[in-house]
Write a protein that binds this ligand. Structure first.
Ligand SMILES: Cc1cc2nc3c(=O)[nH]c(=O)nc-3n(C[C@H](O)[C@H](O)[C@H](O)COP(=O)(O)OP(=O)(O)OC[C@H]3O[C@@H](n4cnc5c(N)ncnc54)[C@H](O)[C@@H]3O)c2cc1C
Length: 452
């Protein structure tokens, strides 16, 4: 194939309808919606195309028996790049923060460490706490960061063998990065907690997490953008090493949308498939395929008439088989359940969290934890769903610290989302960060076209 041939499409068909946008965003997940809202607000005529019939991707919400059950992300960071994006695009940021946001179950007691920080938390577990805190302090200087190969669990072991401390670190890694402390580089953990906003403040959306993206979708449309749902992209088209647009199935027919800029939120591996590997350098395709190591998570969504967990927001554990946290949504967001009901989720990562695992055995361990943590769980709780998120629908497309670049070898084509995170970031916050970086790069090279 010569470089001038079109790639990523079936043979160009003259009967295919065509239209043009300034920018196209493929996928209405967190990364896609943050990018689209920023672009539309800057004045680009923006099109978002989404294969599913609802927005939010892995941070969306399903209705189950009148409950708003999140299919992925449950908490949204407050005070960081996410809230900043909402302010910049003038969208309502309706996040309710529990106070305190998180409590810890330590030696059978529920402990509030608000204000006391790491020192207070660790002092509840071990007399070695001070040493660990000094290790954390040292990590504030680059010279105090461990080498890349050391895992978070190995780093903790330098200071203590205390199982509770290891449990807390394991469950923190699970909650923020969707991997175990044995799988997360210590450098990532320490960079995150010493240099980043680190999810210190967070909350829930009363409409379920989908509400976050609905607010951004309204902003995109207010600013002249369009969002096409149930519209799978068949191909990202390129010519002479530059992107030319997409072919999308919309309203029962294929449409060619031309655009000099395409931002893909489907992850680099799926982006490569949409472009066609023959249009990309072999080394890049290999790099993407090698880096495609998604993690996994297990969520048990349950409800009850009685209040089962006495916390305003989240409860994490110093000791558990797999369970990293329980979130109590209805304490701050009663709208998420029918009147008189409480809604919870138990979140866990399997072992291993990267690679294959026995789903049934891992779910059984999470349920054992829930039975142990919640008295009479089987009789008092109604399980609404058990979701094992993995492979194509992972909690993180890349383990933090092993992300790919948001740029591609194709001019005008970028990736956003949780496979192209900045170093030591995670979840929807990282998606907001990738969107800002990519939109700034778009604005630097593709000025908003003059008034039409
Ligand atoms: C169980 C679980 C718990 C989590 N908890 C949290 C949390 O509490 N807080 C937090 O911040 N993060 C959390 N996360 C992580 C967070 O959900 C993800 O990091 C984030 O949602 C990823 O968004 P994304 O934009 O990268 O990708 P996605 O959400 O995967 O979005 C990609 C979109 O592209 C669409 N798409 C794919 N192919 C095509 C195509 N060919 N054409 C058109 N559209 C296409 C998909 O349908 C999807 O909507 C959790 C994740 C899981 C699974």
């Amino acid at each position: 194939m010569t470089t001038t041939e079109k790639t990523g499409t079936a043979t160009p068909a003259p009967d295919i309808e065509a239209t043009h946008f300034d920018v196209v965003v493929v996928g209405a997940g967190a990364g896609g919606m943050f990018a689209a809202a920023r672009l539309a607000h800057k004045g680009y005529r923006t099109l978002v195309v989404e294969a599913l019939d609802k927005i939010g991707g892995r941070a969306s919400t399903d209705e189950i028996d009148g409950f708003k059950v999140n299919n992925g992300a449950i908490v949204i960071e407050v005070g960081g790049i996410t809230e900043e994006t909402f302010a910049e695009v003038e969208a309502p940021f309706d996040i309710r923060m529990p106070s305190p946001p998180i409590l810890y179950s330590i030696k059978g007691k529920t402990v509030d460490v608000t204000g006391g920080g790491w020192g207070f938390l660790l002092s509840k577990l071990t007399r070695q706490g001070a040493k660990l805190v000094s290790g954390l302090g040292a990590a504030r200087n680059d010279s105090g960061l461990p080498e890349d190969e050391m895992s978070t669990a190995e780093w903790v072991s330098k200071y203590t063998t205390n199982e509770g401390v290891h449990g807390i670190f394991r469950n923190m890694c699970a909650s923020v990065f969707a991997v175990s402390s044995t799988e997360l580089p210590a450098k990532v953990f320490l960079t995150y907690f010493t240099r980043k906003s680190a999810f210190k403040k967070f909350g829930f959306h009363p409409g379920g997490t989908i509400g976050v993206w609905q607010a951004l979708a309204a902003a995109v449309e207010r600013d002249g953008g369009e969002i096409w749902m149930s519209s799978p992209v068949r191909a990202i088209t390129t010519e002479n090493g530059a992107v030319t647009g997409i072919r999308v199935h919309h309203d029962g027919r294929d449409i060619d949308v031309t655009s000099p800029v395409v931002i893909s939120d489907v992850g680099p591996a799926a982006t490569v498939d949409l472009v066609g590997s023959e249009a990309l350098p072999e080394a890049y395709v290999d790099e993407v395929r090698t880096a495609d190591r998604p993690c996994s998570m297990i969520a048990v969504n349950f409800a009850s008439r009685e209040r089962l967990v006495d916390v305003p927001g989240m409860l994490s554990f110093a000791s558990s088989r797999r369970l990293a946290y329980i979130a109590a949504f209805t304490e701050t967001c009663p709208e998420m359940a029918p009147a008189g009901w409480n809604l919870y989720v138990g979140g866990a990562i399997p072992e291993p969290s990267v690679g294959d695992f026995d789903s049934d055995a891992e779910v059984a361990l999470v349920l054992e934890d829930l039975r142990e943590k919640i008295h009479g769980f089987d009789d008092r709780a109604t399980i609404l769903s058990i979701a094992v998120t993995r492979d194509e629908w992972p909690p993180q497309r890349a383990v933090s610290g092993f992300d790919l670049s948001n740029t591609t070898p194709i001019e005008g084509l970028w990736n956003v989302g949780d496979a192209v995170k900045e170093y030591a970031n995670g979840g929807t916050t990282a998606c907001a960060e990738t969107a800002k970086i990519v939109v700034d790069a778009v604005a630097a090279s593709y000025p908003v076209p003059a008034a039409r």
